[in-house]
Design a protein around this ligand. Structure first.
Ligand code: FAD
Length: 427
């Protein structure tokens, strides 16, 4: 097998697609416009700390496609499971265990005894697909028949998993499909030791060990299309031809590349959709602040703080601590430029639960509009297909494409799907 494949975009989708094909004997070239690989999963070193976007949480580890990459192409993943005993909800006047496990459900004060039983029954109904939602009905409306405490809790949980402060706008079938998968796993949340950097390096090493070529600082800004095929793509200095192309770049970039071709309109719908955006404020501390929490979600403010260094010791210098504060943003808040207010709110959550952080602050990283997912899972917004009927040997992957789960799981599963299609057509 010596078919050649060019992969454009060195984020998690591009890296995983390129690694899988290189491992299976394809001639792979991966092109990334930035000087470093990783895309949104890039690691930024500063004063001895490694800042990442996100706590690299992998939801439903047992079912994650990363397990397949581990077994099939020898991806190295150092799994660190979420400590549910240190995960709490801040309800404003009191904190209470997050009901992430049966023990948490037993202890939590967000539900009274009667609603705990009902909640457990809801989990069973979701698992057995008795609750599936209805097309065209948003989860906020679908759950109106539920007691207030149950509805509130389900929407709060969805806020965290979908990184949104408008969980009521998630389509109900998507909501139940997501939780059917999550509730059926033994490990609902796991982090990755070494952070995204470890995964990025492992994929890159698989590509290189198998003869693949990685070229950074190479922005593809022009393509040639003949009939229904991409025949050539052009970077800054070189041009590339291949038997197949996988574009792992967001719809806005695709629409620029395909502008003035007859395929331009394929991307318009996806370009117009809203992304999921958040404010992220990370702090690197020279010493650990004693706290009973490694994860705390402030329900009223819809802000959460994760002690990333609890799971990943490689992101801090000896004895240090790295905390990540995330505030969800909705469309109105983005338009009204409320990011500064969100930063002040994150600081107040740090003050409340990690008092003294200002005295030991060494480094900080602030992003007022970080894109968590290119296409937000709300209303009628649809993810992009991984292939279009009118384009031959051209594939797409990324967290804006059809796949399983949310966030990076969409990047990995869409990459897995397109590489399977390429391998199927070869054989
Ligand atoms: C604050 C935050 C927290 C998060 N937390 C989590 C989490 O806990 N768990 C989780 O699973 N996910 C999380 N995510 C989401 C996760 O980071 C993304 O889903 C994932 O990194 C997306 O990868 P991708 O390859 O699909 O896209 P991208 O990372 O966007 O990759 C696209 C790549 O293409 C390159 N590119 C673009 N145009 C061109 C061009 N013309 N030529 C060449 N290269 C080009 C870009 O430079 C980039 O490297 C989080 C994200 C954020 C922002």
């Amino acid at each position: 097998m010596s078919s050649s494949v060019v992969v454009v975009g060195g984020g998690l989708a591009g890296l995983s697609a390129a690694a899988r094909l290189a491992y299976h004997g394809y001639q792979v070239t991966l092109l990334e416009k930035a000087p470093k690989l990783g895309g949104r999963a890039i690691s930024i070193p500063m004063k001895g700390f490694n800042f990442n976007f996100g706590a690299h949480a992998i939801y439903a580890r047992d079912k994650s496609i990363l397990r397949k990459f581990e077994k099939e192409i020898k991806l190295e993943v150092d799994w660190r499971d979420f400590s549910s005993s240190k995960a709490f909800y801040d309800m404003g006047t009191f904190t209470t265990p997050m009901p992430a496990t049966l023990e948490g459900l037993y202890k939590t004060k967000v539900l009274d005894a009667e609603n705990k039983v009902r909640f457990a029954a809801e989990i069973l109904k979701t698992l057995s697909a008795i609750e599936r939602g209805e097309d065209g009905v948003l989860i906020g409306d679908y759950l109106k028949k539920q007691p207030e405490q149950i509805r509130e809790l389900l929407l709060t949980v969805a806020s965290s998993n979908f990184f949104t402060n408008e969980p009521e706008n998630i389509p109900s079938p998507l909501f139940f499909a997501y939780y059917k998968r999550l509730f059926s796993t033994q490990r609902a949340v796991s982090y990755i030791g070494g952070g995204w950097q470890a995964i990025v390096e492992s994929f890159a090493s698989i590509i290189e060990k198998n003869g693949g070529n990685i070229i950074t600082k190479e922005k593809i800004d022009k393509i040639e299309v003949n009939h229904n095929k991409v025949t050539m793509i052009h970077g800054k200095e070189q041009s590339y031809q291949a038997d197949a192309f996988i574009f792992c770049i967001p719809p806005k970039e695709l629409s620029k590349l395909f502008a003035e071709t007859k395929h331009e309109s394929l991307f318009t719908t996806y370009t117009n959709y809203q992304p999921t955006q958040v404010v992220v404020f990370d702090i690197g501390l020279s010493e650990r602040i004693a706290s009973p929490y490694t994860y705390i979600y402030h329900k009223g403010e819809r802000v959460f703080v994760t002690d990333i260094s609890h799971y990943d010791k490689t992101c801090v210098p000896e004895g240090g601590q790295l905390l990540q504060g995330v505030a969800y943003l909705n469309e109105e808040e983005i338009k009204e430029g409320q990011a500064d207010e969100k930063v002040a709110i994150i600081e107040s959550v740090y003050d409340k639960h990690f008092a003294g952080w200002r005295d030991v602050l060494v480094a900080k990283r602030l992003s007022k509009k970080a894109t968590v997912q290119e296409i937000k899972s709300i209303h009628d917004q649809q993810l992009m297909p991984v292939q279009f009927y009118s384009l031959k040997d051209v594939y797409f992957a990324g967290d804006w494409c059809h796949g399983e789960g949310q966030l990076s799981e969409l990047s990995f599963t869409s990459a897995y799907e397109v590489t399977s299609r390429i391998m199927k057509h070869e054989n």
